[in-house]
Design a protein around this ligand. Structure first.
Ligand SMILES: Nc1ncnc2c1ncn2[C@@H]1O[C@H](COP(=O)(O)OP(=O)(O)O)[C@@H](O)[C@H]1O
Ligand SMILES: Cc1ncsc1CCOP(=O)(O)O
Ligand SMILES: [Mg+2]
Length: 278
């Protein structure tokens, strides 16, 4: 079988397993998009649980099949919550997804993101500027110390983050997903570029955050690379379909959740992607 077919078989398996087993992937995520993250996780067949406090995050790290950490809106309690959660996830071999939202803003965010380096997330998901900045913070190839991050939006092209993505995946041994008009997913030895989506995804907040939460759901049932590509593929397919029905961002978001829910395993696996072996 070709590599592409193996990957498609993995995607179908991940989608079916999640829909059959309703796995829980707990989250500590930002207060802007927390509801959308949970709804997207539920739409693809997962179970969502969101917490803030240290002991509750430790509980979810142990109870779930995977977890999601997103540093979008921090409060002082996260200084205690997040390193302990990441340490448990790492020590128990649980896959976890890191979204370094708005890396570069403030001391606490920088310190927490530095703390995560030895805890090796199975998936790092971010837009191009965030991936470049995280590689810079962790002292890896392709990164820049002076971040080009303006806030939560990307200022760089996805292809500009390719070296940083490969270097981050080399460090973690997991996968890195760079989102944008096209999405790049790598495990350090294969690069997949996934197509689709819609410009409306830039006009609603939380398309990136919820994608990270959905990747965590798939990570309960697949490798980091397959989970990241499966999440990206269903987002690109559902985004494309929702855009055909939407009149604007608000109706897009409603249709998007419906399309996430309706997408069939084979259709998700057939969503167009290219692969390159490094
Ligand atoms: N211009 C676009 N065209 C198609 N899909 C897009 C576009 N911009 C973002 N997306 C999709 O939106 C999702 C979130 O990506 P992105 O907006 O880059 O993340 P973030 O919200 O973290 O910046 C991904 O599935 C990506 O493919
Ligand atoms: C607007 C905003 N501000 C802090 S976190 C956040 C949400 C970012 O969501 P996404 O990166 O998915 O667009
Ligand atoms: Mg984001």
């Amino acid at each position: 079988m070709s590599l592409k077919r193996d990957i498609q078989t993995g995607i179908i398996h991940a989608v079916e397993t999640v829909r059959q087993t309703n796995p829980m992937a707990g989250s500590v995520t930002n207060s802007v998009t927390i509801n959308f993250v949970a709804n997207a996780q539920l739409a693809v067949g997962g179970s969502a649980a969101m917490v803030y406090l240290p002991d509750e995050a430790q509980f979810l790290a142990q109870a779930g099949g995977a977890a999601y950490i997103n540093v979008g809106t921090l409060t002082p309690v996260y200084e205690k919550t997040l390193p302990g959660m990441a340490e448990i996830l790492h020590n128990t071999g649980k896959p976890w997804v890191l979204d370094p939202v708005a890396i570069g803003i403030g001391d606490l965010r920088t310190r927490l993101l530095q703390t995560f380096k030895p805890y090796k997330p199975a998936i790092i998901r971010g837009n191009a500027s965030e991936i470049i900045a995280l590689a810079g913070l962790w002292g890896l190839a392709g990164g820049t110390k002076t971040s080009n991050v303006r806030g939560v939006d990307s200022q760089d092209s996805v292809s500009a983050a390719k070296v940083a993505a490969v270097a981050l995946a080399g460090w973690t041994g997991g996968a890195v997903a760079v989102s944008g008009k096209q999405d790049l997913i790598t495990d350090g030895s294969v690069i997949a570029v996934s197509h689709g989506g819609s410009h409306f995804m830039e006009k609603i907040t939380g398309s990136g955050c919820s994608l990270g939460g959905v990747m965590a759901v798939y990570a309960t049932a697949a490798s980091g690379f397959i989970a990241a590509l499966t999440g990206t593929a269903v987002y690109n397919l559902a985004g494309c379909r929702a855009a055909e029905k939407a009149d604007g961002p608000a109706s897009f978001q409603v249709h998007f959740l419906d399309e996430l829910y309706k997408a069939k395993p084979r259709e998700i696996a057939d969503n167009p992607f290219d692969i390159e072996e490094i």
